[in-house]
Design a protein around this ligand. Structure first.
Ligand code: SF4
Length: 334
């Protein structure tokens, strides 16, 4: 596998517990990488044609010292990006100090999550403070990432709220030169439980895995992987290629054979509907419907986990930590 991008989920810990989070991050999730682990991962990909390394979580500022060290370790290898919910930007001085330290470590690209899901947990004023601080410090790229339910154009209360939040953000700070990225929530993890009921089920889910662009868009030749706390190397959340605690990362990447992976092989040949057939052979009863192929894929993978413990891991995207795996969504909280 030739990597253009590497995603490091530094921690599952987060200040929020967003209903759309595919990793089910939250305040109670303590699992976090160590500096030694990140050092080893970066050494293992030093020969890869890496263009970017994304540091995120969970909320990476909850382990700020680790984040700063990781920026410094990653910066010599590739462009470093940090994805944050901005909750740490409690005031201009704090925000400037944090971002200046990261900048000194080699960061010049930061992405702030802004939408109805995040703003149920993070005051919008903090995003404005964070953006202004990054601009003052001369960060080369400042981005705002909006997740929408369905497509951004879809008419639903979640998307209306996100649009209203963006209008308010424009009043709170100058968005000139800020890149706004708009995309759909993926129906994986907590989103599948909490948000899929708000979308219409499709009678025929797509027969192709729409692997995200940042992973290369093609299961046959992915160009990115994400590494979780605990060492699991994933393509999509919960779809494992191996664990670095059992096999070195460079070997996991070099040995990637899509046709030899029992889940990826089916996804390649038949798409998510093929996984449904695999699960039905094991006694799975299909749900009433699935809103898209990823929803189908995720639900079926969750059922199949006990049969493929080395290929459908880690548990975090599948199980709500310390609670029921199927949380309802409280509209009031957004
Ligand atoms: S959820 Fe399944 S179908 Fe969707 S991108 Fe991930 S692996 Fe592919």
């Amino acid at each position: 596998m030739r990597l253009r991008g590497l995603d490091l989920i530094l921690t599952y810990k987060c200040t929020g517990r967003c209903v759309h989070c595919c990793y089910r991050a939250g305040p109670g999730s303590e699992e976090t990488m160590s500096v030694a682990e990140v050092t080893a991962y970066l050494a293992a990909v030093a020969d890869q044609p890496l263009e970017w390394i994304l540091l995120f979580g969970g909320e990476p500022f909850t382990c700020y010292d680790l984040l700063r060290e990781c920026v410094a370790l990653a910066a010599p290898l590739a462009r470093v990006l940090v994805f944050t919910n901005g909750s740490w930007a409690t005031g201009p001085d704090t925000a400037r100090q944090r971002l200046a330290e990261l900048q000194a470590a080699g960061l010049d690209h930061i992405l702030f999550s802004v939408d109805c899901f995040h703003q149920a947990h993070v005051p919008l004023e903090r995003i404005a403070i964070g953006i202004e601080a990054a601009r003052e410090l001369g960060y080369r790229t400042i981005e705002v990432d909006n997740r929408y339910l369905g497509t951004p154009e879809m008419d639903n209360p979640f998307n209306h709220r996100t649009q209203a939040i963006m209008e308010r953000l424009e009043r709170l700070c100058d968005l000139e030169g800020i890149n706004v990225v708009r995309g759909p929530v993926r129906m994986v993890g907590r989103a599948a439980d909490a948000l899929s009921p708000y979308l219409a089920a499709r009678s025929t889910p797509p027969a192709k895995c729409p692997l995200p662009d940042y992973l290369g868009g093609d299961l046959r030749a992915p160009t990115g992987v994400e590494i979780h706390p605990g060492g699991w190397v994933n393509l999509c959340a919960g779809l494992a290629l191996g664990n670095v605690r059992q096999r070195p990362l460079d070997k996991i990447l070099a040995d990637y054979e899509p046709e030899a992976h029992p889940i990826i092989r089916v996804l390649l040949q038949e798409g998510p509907p093929g996984l449904l057939g695999l699960a039905q052979q094991r006694g799975y009863s299909p749900a009433q419907g699935y809103v898209d192929g990823c929803h189908l894929c995720y639900e079926v993978r969750r059922f199949l986990r006990p049969f493929y413990p080395d290929h459908l891991a880690p548990a975090h995207p599948y199980l709500e930590p310390g609670g029921p795996s199927r949380q309802g969504y409280n509209r009031e909280s957004a």
